[in-house]
Design a protein around this ligand. Structure first.
Ligand code: ZZB
Length: 262
């Protein structure tokens, strides 16, 4: 898969993660980015939060740039080491360890988002075996993200988050499509009566429907490429992010086991 890894700059770690970071000499004065793998770089205008899996193990890894470190899974760090993203070819250098739950409540800056900073929140469906294990959330256009955000808004206590970490971060209209309008994911979730991230079968259908409508018929309605079709804008926005050092290209060999099970 040809991913774009979006660099979400850490502005302030959660109190628990802060203890780990403060005790680590190698991290002082460095910029740390949570890196999220996406196939939809043109949707980055609509980021409202970032997701991690609470039980997934993450690390902070050195990169080819001595001042920048990446927070992601070990698996992603190993892949990046062969894509000219680590200090030297094949070299993986881990500087700190976390489990996802410790990162909840961290504030990050999401490139192109209308929100100047967004929070790291939990999602059940984050796979440790895909991308970086960090997922950037676009509830306007991703039914999975919208369903997870609805759960967090309804059950903040259960998910151990503060309501204000998501309450005022409404989905942002970024793409207009003929069938589902300019908030495709909320629209299709309402139509299909999807209430929770646990409605997996329905969500898979919803995702396919909005993916197709968005990719073939969507028009960008925000930012410097407003007015262009999704197909036209996608590579332009991807390159813009890469040129601004806000993203890096990242490839992943197709995982047979994963694609067979859906
Ligand atoms: C932003 C985005 C905006 C995404 C959207 C999708 C959509 P696919 O096609 O199934 O391979 N993703 C990335 N890593 C993980 C992970 N470790 N666990 C769970 N989900 C992950 O899906 C690729 C998408 O899966 C990526 O693109 C990312 O979410 C998510 F409007 O990034 B996307 C209709 C989908 N819309």
């Amino acid at each position: 898969q040809d991913y774009t890894c979006i660099k979400l700059k850490v502005l302030e770690f959660s109190p628990e993660a802060q203890v780990i970071v403060a005790a680590n000499k190698e991290l002082q004065g460095k910029q740390i980015f949570m890196v999220a793998a996406t196939l939809r770089p043109e949707t980055m205008y609509g980021q409202t939060n970032c997701f991690v899996g609470v039980d997934i193990k993450y690390g902070i890894y050195k990169t080819r740039n001595a001042d920048e470190l990446f927070l992601m899974t070990e698996r992603a760090a190993r892949n990046m080491a062969f894509q000219n993203l680590s200090p030297s070819n094949g070299e993986v250098v881990k500087v700190a360890d976390f489990v996802g739950s410790q990162l909840i409540g961290t504030q990050v800056q999401a490139p192109l988002s209308s929100y100047p900073s967004v929070y790291v929140l939990p999602m059940d469906g984050v796979l440790a075996t895909k991308g970086t294990g960090v997922v950037t959330s676009v509830p306007s256009d991703s039914p999975d993200d919208y369903a997870a955000v609805m759960d967090l808004k309804k059950k903040a206590d259960y998910y151990k988050i503060k309501p204000e970490w998501i309450a005022s971060y409404e989905p942002i209209p970024i793409i207009n499509t003929p069938v589902y309008g300019n908030l495709a994911a909320p629209t299709i979730c309402a139509q299909m009566k999807i209430n929770s991230q646990k409605d997996k079968t329905q969500l898979a259908l919803a995702k396919e429907a909005v993916y197709k409508d968005g990719f073939y018929n969507g028009v960008i309605i925000i930012g410097e490429h407003a007015g262009k079709s999704v197909q036209e804008a996608k590579p332009l926005i991807r390159q813009m992010l890469i040129d601004a050092n806000q993203a890096v290209p990242y490839n992943e060999p197709e995982n047979l086991v994963m694609s067979r099970s859906g």
